[in-house]
Every structure is written in C-alpha cells, then in structure tokens.
Design a protein around this ligand. Structure first.
Ligand SMILES: NC(=O)c1ccc[n+]([C@@H]2O[C@H](COP(=O)([O-])OP(=O)(O)OC[C@H]3O[C@@H](n4cnc5c(N)ncnc54)[C@H](OP(=O)(O)O)[C@@H]3O)[C@@H](O)[C@H]2O)c1
Length: 333
C-alpha cells in the first residue's frame, strides 16, 4: 500500500435541505476492507437520487457512507485483501452505495470496472449509475429483445440518454422518448430515438398509438409514475412490460388494472442501491462483456452536459433541480 494522507476532503450533507446544505468537510481517509479498493477520485457523477438523499428522503443503506455520490472514476491507490484482479495505479470507474463526492472513495472490487479505452475520467464517472440501472431494469427485468419497441420517459435524463443509446445499439425496432421541450426531443432523436415526444404539448399515448398502428410498445421505462401509470398500461402491446425506476409524480394512485390481465402485461421495477455486492457484480460482468465494447467503439457514449469542481456540488444540484440539463452532470477534481 502506498502511504496515504490521514484525511480527505468530502462534500457532506450538513442537514437535510436545499443545495446550500452541501458543505466541504475533512473526513478520515477511508480504508478498503476485504474485497474492496480505494480510489483517488478524478470525477464523480451527480444523480437525481443524490438530490433526494440531500433532502432527507433517501438514506444510504446500512453500512454505506453518508457522503453523497453513487459513481466515481479515478485511480486505485490502495487494495484490500482478496482483490487479485486489480492493481494499484489502475484507472477505473465504480458503482458505489455512497461516498462519491470526495477526493477518495472505497468501492467493492466486483463493482469496479476499467475506464473504457478512449474515454476521459469525466465520461467514465458518468457511466456506472445509469448503465447499471438501465441494464438491470430494461434488459433483465423487462427482458427487452432486439426487434422490440420501447417508450422511454425522461428521455434526456441521465437514465433516458443511456436507455435510448443502449436499446438502439442492441437492436430496437422503434424507440420513443418523452421530454419537456422541443429541443430535448430533438436531442433524444439525435441519440437514436425514432421520435421524441414533447409531453407538455402532446399526449404520448396518442402518439404511440398512431406510430405503432394501434399495437403499442413492448417495453416502457418510466420514472414519472402518477398519472402516467394508467396511460403506460394503455400504451403497452400484448405481453408488454412496464418497468419503473422512480415515481417522480407519485406512487400512490388509483388505477384500472384490467389491461394487465387482458394484455398479459408485466409490471415491475427495482432500486439498485440496496442490492448486494454479488448482485451488482453480476450486472458489472454483463456490462463489461456486452456494453464496454460499445463504449470503446463509441457506438454508445455518456452524454456530458456540464462539469463543476467538487467544491461547487451545490451548483451542480441546482442545475439538476432546474431540469435544464440534457444527459449527465459531473463533479471534477
Ligand atoms: N431505481 C433505480 O435504481 C434508480 C437508479 C438511478 C436513478 N433512478 C431514478 O431515475 C430518475 C432519473 O435519474 P437521473 O439521475 O437520470 O435524473 P435526471 O438526469 O435529473 O433526469 C430527470 C428528468 O426527469 C424529467 N421529469 C419528468 N417528470 C418530472 C418530475 N415530475 N420531476 C422532475 N423531473 C421530471 C425531467 O426532464 P423533463 O423536464 O424533460 O421532463 C428531468 O430532467 C430519477 O427519478 C432517479 O431517482 C432510479
């Protein structure tokens, strides 16, 4: 192990609240345990769950760092026992259950992947949270297959920009994506969507019915919930699958479930953060095999909207709250 300073700088949530509660702090240097690595962080992705954690609505799972940040890229500076396949000096990106907004971050080795060749640290830091989430929800839970059609809500979110590109690269027939402005809809189309739907001026259900000849789509990836749920069920084809990764407009609704029975639909969803290292490691292995070659060929790419220095994490959160962004916001060290 190289000699490490005794302390590190992190951005902590001083109390639940607005972006101003994100404050730089000095914390003891974390040390990697069995099966873990310590990463000197060069960049850390910002995700909407970080905003929910800051507001006091999304506590870290037991044992995870209270420092926000679910993904990092950097260089390994220390190894715990039982990590035979990684070395000090390796450039990696990692999915973590917390602790990303810091100069140093501990990551489980199975959730640590090499920086894809040709990508910057900022790009690499923007990969794990959305690629793990899209992979496990769209391809595993919703069983998306080549030749199928998909509706992706929040098309320009970090999750949406990833889902559009991955389903396009892996053989989607038609991709529909909703977004809140015409400019965002065009961005979805530039990433590979067949049609961006400005949900503020158009009913997505009507567009889906028109563009699929009344058939509907095979899969819907949704983060909105609320009044979208009933229309999602209506927009699905026979044997369709609805997968929710969030309920930004609410999870408690009154819904007519008859379409689930009549069209033999599957309604599912999941959260990534509380899953075991083993489960996340299995997703990492799939991504490494299937998606890393696509990233290295630039068939898919993380879409970086803006970077901020770590000390300006509050500004990064304000930007995400504005929903002005297209793609990812990343903290740079
Ligand atoms: N389940 C999981 O494992 C998991 C993992 C990661 C993220 N997530 C969830 O996935 C969602 C996307 O995450 P992200 O980091 O990609 O977020 P993001 O980049 O901030 O994107 C969220 C987008 O959703 C759209 N939106 C639609 N309705 C909204 C509403 N009522 N309130 C706020 N935004 C709304 C906004 O775009 P428009 O203005 O164009 O509508 C916004 O830009 C978040 O809800 C997050 O919590 C879930």
């Amino acid at each position: 192990m190289t000699s490490l300073p005794a302390t590190m700088t992190a951005i902590e949530i001083s109390e639940p609240g607005g972006p101003e509660v994100l404050k730089p702090a000095t914390r003891p240097m974390p040390l990697p345990g069995m099966g873990e690595v310590l990463i000197a962080v060069k960049a850390a992705g910002v995700n909407r769950p970080d905003l929910q954690q800051r507001q006091g609505g999304y506590d870290p799972p037991p044992g995870a760092s209270d420092i926000p940040g679910l993904e990092v890229a950097g260089r390994i500076v220390a190894l715990g026992l039982g990590v035979p396949h990684l070395r000090i000096g390796d450039e990696v990106c990692a999915l973590v259950a917390g602790g990303g907004y810091a100069t140093h971050c501990v990551a489980p080795a199975p959730q640590t992947l090499p920086v894809p060749k040709g990508l910057t640290m900022v790009e690499a830091a923007a990969i794990p949270e959305t690629f793990f989430t899209v992979w496990t929800n769209v391809f595993e839970r919703a069983r998306f297959q080549p030749g199928e059609s998909i509706l992706i809500h929040g098309g320009t979110s970090g999750i949406g920009t990833t889902a559009i590109q991955l389903t396009r690269a892996l053989g989607a027939h038609q991709i529909f994506a909703t977004a809140g402005t015409i400019e965002k809809c065009r961005a979805c189309e530039a990433l590979g969507a067949t049609r961006g739907i400005d949900y503020k001026i158009m009913d997505f259900l009507k567009v889906i019915r028109e563009m699929t000849g009344g058939r509907g789509v095979d899969v819907i990836l949704d983060m909105v919930g609320g009044d979208y749920v009933q229309r999602n069920l209506s927009a699905l084809a026979m044997e369709g699958r609805l997968v929710n990764v969030a309920f930004l407009k609410g999870a408690k609704i009154e819904v007519n479930l008859a379409p689930v029975m009549l069209k033999r639909l599957t309604v599912t969803g999941s959260t990534l953060r509380p899953r075991t290292v083993e489960q996340k490691g299995a997703i990492a292995a799939q991504l490494h095999r299937t998606v890393w070659p696509l990233l290295e060929k630039k068939t898919v790419r993380p879409v970086i909207y803006r970077t901020f220095p770590l000390a300006q994490a509050a500004e990064a959160h304000r930007l995400m709250e504005s929903s002005e962004h297209i793609g990812k916001i990343v903290l740079e060290l």
